[in-house]
Design a protein around this ligand. Structure first.
Ligand code: GRG
Length: 304
């Protein structure tokens, strides 16, 4: 699949995801070589190349191509959002955070390399993400690149991912957490980077302000639906495994949508959010926006 989709009948979302993810994996492999000091570059590559669905970079490329941009131009930004996502997972797994032993089906970074190296590998991925956009983006006006760096910085800092994580930690074992707080956590922890991936892709591609605004709303709905569906899956998977391990959020007694709304209402909310996400795309050509419609459907279908 090269560039904008021309023919609705020929479009297969699963093939699209596979092809874009493969292109991202190749670019990541080249972007972060194994070099001195190997202690940290090996740990960076271990988590970065350990799989993962690559939803954020695919969204970034899809948004860029939707507004007429090229994959080559957006690839450093697409790789950067995956580097940032990966570093957030490395830090999230640390004993001082969620204390998880496994990630993407393999031992978490600190289990393999130790806490000190895992912390530094995460820091290095975060710093390199911004360096990579600034240094390796080609053929894009400098003001667009600057805007991307600024948007992404805000999305991951104390007004974005970090804010979501902090409020999440503060809310642990708090029985009075409201739906509003839960929404704040997910809008920041999950939706913020998904939204920035889409918006930054659109900026690189030369989107108009109206297109950026619309795509931002699309991505926020996708981000929230992602988390509501995660919470629903957590409940259904734990009840399937009765007596075995319950979902981690349930064990930690964290607030979830099914706990606050009930399972049925949570399912209704997920359907509504997916519908609203898709609705945002009505201003675009129906065929050209098939990849973004596909991502919204792909996330929703995890509960079917
Ligand atoms: C960003 C500076 C900075 C620090 C990190 C630890 C932390 C602050 C934030 C936690 C962020 C976090 C773990 C959010 C959850 C995001 C999420 C939905 C993860 C699962 O994403 P998938 O399903 O995973 O796309 P794969 O493995 O497929 O990539």
């Amino acid at each position: 699949v090269r560039g904008v989709i021309q023919d609705a009948k020929a479009f297969n979302f699963s093939d699209y995801m596979k092809e874009k993810a493969a292109a991202v994996n190749d670019a990541l492999e080249l972007a972060v070589p194994l070099q001195y000091p190997e202690k940290v570059t090996e740990a960076m590559r271990y988590s970065l190349l350990a799989g993962g669905k690559r939803v954020r970079p695919v969204l970034c490329i899809a948004a860029c191509e939707l507004v007429g941009g090229k994959q080559e131009a957006v690839m450093p930004t697409a790789c950067a959002v995956e580097m940032i996502h990966t570093m957030s997972l490395i830090h999230d797994d640390l004993p001082c955070m969620d204390n998880d032993d496994l990630r993407r089906g393999v031992p978490s970074n600190h289990k393999k390399y130790g806490e000190d190296t895992a912390l530094l590998a995460g820091d290095a991925l975060l710093a390199f993400a911004f360096e990579h956009i600034a240094r390796d983006t080609c053929g894009v006006p400098a003001e667009r690149v600057l805007r991307v760096i600024s948007h992404l910085g805000k999305a991951v800092g104390a007004e974005g991912l970090v804010a979501g994580q902090v409020v999440d930690i503060m809310s642990e074992r708090d029985p009075s957490v409201t739906l509003e707080t839960l929404e704040y956590i997910h809008l920041h922890k999950t939706a913020s980077l998904l939204e920035s991936s889409v918006v930054c892709g659109a900026i690189i591609g030369g989107a108009s302000e109206e297109e950026i605004e619309t795509l931002s709303k699309y991505a926020q709905y996708v981000g929230l639906s992602f988390q509501v569906i995660d919470d629903i899956l957590d409940v259904s998977q734990s009840s399937e495994e009765l007596g075995k391990t319950a979902g981690k959020d349930l064990l930690l007694d964290k607030a979830t949508y099914p706990k606050l709304l009930g399972l049925e209402k949570s399912r209704e909310l997920a359907t509504e959010l997916t519908h609203k996400a898709k609705e945002q795309l009505s201003m675009f050509d129906a065929v050209k926006c098939l990849p973004l419609l596909g991502v919204a459907g792909y996330i929703a279908n995890r509960i079917r």
